[in-house]
Ligand binder design. Sequence first.
Ligand SMILES: [Mn+2]
Length: 212
Amino acid sequence: MSNGRIIVITDIHGEFEKFQSLLNKIAPAPEDEFIFLGDYIDRGKNPKGVIDKIIEISKTHKCTCLMGSHEYAYLHARMGEEYYKFLFWSYGGVETAECYGGFDEIYKTHGEFFDSLLPYYFKDKYLFIHAGIRPNIPFEEQNEKDFYYIRGDFINHPHHLPQKIIFGHTDFKEVQIQPDKICLDTGCGKYPNAHLTGMIISPDGKESFVES
Ligand SMILES: [Mn+2]
C-alpha cells in the first residue's frame, strides 16, 4: 500500500489553464501518483503545454499515461490511414496542428510521449482505461479499439469484471458514478464553461472529485 493519493485526470483536450487550475486545487504531495486516461490533445488551444506539463510532473511523481482516442487517431493518421485522418481533422486536430506548428511537428515534439502511452492500467481494485471495454467478452479477447472508442455499449451495461472501471471519453455534465464504473469526462475542451474534473483516491480507499 502506498501512503500517497492516486490522482486521476482524463480528457484535458489542450485546455492548459483548466489543467493548471485543477492541479493547483489538488496540490499534489510528493508521494501522490498520477494516472492520466488520455485525450491530452485536440480542441483546446494548448495541447503542447498540457503534454509538457505532464512530462514535467512525471519527473517528480509516478505517472501512468494512457492512450486516448485522439492520440490513437493522430498516430494512425500519421501512418496514412484515411479514416483516422478524417477523425483527426474533424474533431479538433486543427487546433493541435496550429499549436505545434504543423501536423508532423506534433510527433517531432512529443513522439516519445505518444509512443509511451499504455492501452489500460490495472491497479488495486480498479481498471483505468480511456473509453471502456465490451461487456460480456473476456478481457483477453477484447478488441483494442474498444478501449479507446466504445460508448453506450459499455456505459449502459454492467461489465462483470471484478475491477471498478475508471474512464473518460464520453462527456456528461457531471461525473457519472455507477456501482461498477465511474466516468470522469465532464466536457473539458468541448464546452467553454465545462470543468476539468479530477478523481482522488486516498490511501484509505475513499473516492472524491475536484473541479478545475
Ligand atoms: Mn475526449
